[in-house]
Design a protein around this ligand. Sequence first.
Ligand SMILES: [Cu+2]
Length: 112
Amino acid sequence: MLLGALLALVPATVAAHSLLLEATPAADALLSGPPTEIALRFNNRVEKRLCTILLVDTRGERLRAEVRADGPADRVNAVAPALGPGTWRLEWRVLSTDGHVVTGRFSFRVAP
Ligand SMILES: [Cu+2]
């Protein structure tokens, strides 16, 4: 019974860990113009005040998006910095409700 109880804990722990479900801009998207908003949706609540979104260009220049304090608890919305044409890597970092810091990254392109 103890083993069963321990195994039962595993899915709950995994479920509590934040996973990125949806993103705007989407990964690998080709945008016709620079995005004005960035929206990330997770599988659970994240602590908005401790979320960061960085945009990094191919030369390594890093711009920070301004995360909005309001909105649904499972979403991180941000004002995009002014992005020029080219490939940008979006690096996100959130604090999930289970206390773990979770990070991820994906790229998108802004057409010239
Ligand atoms: Cu976790």
